[in-house]
Design a protein around this ligand. Structure first.
Ligand SMILES: *[C@@H]1O[C@H](CO)[C@@H](O)[C@H](O)[C@H]1NC(C)=O
Ligand SMILES: *[C@@H]1O[C@H](CO)[C@@H](O)[C@H](O)[C@H]1NC(C)=O
Length: 167
C-alpha cells in the first residue's frame, strides 16, 4: 500500500518536474500570451465606443423581444440561476445577443464594451469581464450567452459569499 502511494507520488512529482521544466515554463508563458491576445481581440477599443447606452435596460428587453420572443419567467431564470433551462434553444440565446448589442455592452462587431458593462453594473468588475471573455466560443448568439452566463454566475457566487459573511 505504502509502496503504491510512494510510486504514485513519484509519478506525480515526475509529471510536475516535466511541467515545470524549462520547456514547460516556456509553453506556459506562451499560453498566457496567447490568452491575453485572444482576450484583447474580444475587447472593443474604449476610444471608439460609447460610455453609456442611449436606451434603458427595460426598453432594450422590449425591443429585442420583438425579434426574439422570450417570456419574463424564462428570463428571470437566467437572473436567478445563472443559465437558461434549455441552452440549445437558439431564440433566447439570440435575445441575449440582441439585448447586449442594443445596450452597447456588445458592439456590432461582437466586441465587448467594458465601459458600458461596468457603467450599467451588468458586470461587477473589469476582472470578471476579462475572465469571462474566455467563455466566448461558438456562434455569435452562443458567444453572447456564454459571456452572460459567466458574468451572471459570478454575480450569484459573489452575492452568496457576501450573504454568508453577513450572517
Ligand atoms: C415578449 O412578448 C410577448 C408577446 O409577444 C409577451 O408575452 C412577453 O411577456 C414579452 N417578454 C418580456 C420579457 O417582456
Ligand atoms: C435579478 O435578480 C436581482 C436580485 O438578485 C433582482 O434585484 C432583479 O430585479 C432581478 N431582475 C430580473 C429581471 O428578474
Amino acid at each position: 500500500m505504502q509502496q503504491r502511494s510512494g510510486a504514485l507520488v513519484g509519478a506525480l512529482l515526475l509529471a510536475l518536474a516535466i511541467a515545470l521544466g524549462p520547456g514547460g515554463a516556456i509553453a506556459c508563458s506562451m499560453l498566457n500570451n496567447d490568452n491575453a491576445e485572444q482576450r484583447g481581440a474580444l475587447l472593443a477599443d474604449p476610444a471608439s465606443v460609447k460610455k453609456m447606452p442611449d436606451i434603458s435596460m427595460q426598453d432594450a428587453v422590449a425591443e429585442c423581444n420583438r425579434s426574439f420572443v422570450i417570456q419574463p419567467d424564462y428570463l428571470a431564470e437566467l437572473n436567478e440561476t445563472g443559465s437558461f433551462p434549455d441552452e440549445t434553444d437558439r431564440i433566447p440565446l439570440c435575445f441575449i445577443r440582441c439585448y447586449l448589442q442594443t445596450l452597447g455592452i456588445l458592439t456590432e462587431e461582437e466586441k465587448v464594451n467594458k465601459d458600458v458593462a461596468l457603467a450599467l453594473n451588468w458586470a461587477s468588475s473589469s476582472e470578471t469581464v476579462d475572465e469571462c471573455l474566455d467563455e466566448m466560443t461558438g456562434s455569435p448568439c452562443e458567444k453572447a450567452y456564454y459571456l452572460t452566463r459567466c458574468v451572471m454566475t459570478r454575480a450569484l457566487v459573489d452575492g452568496k459569499s457576501k450573504n454568508n459573511k453577513r450572517k
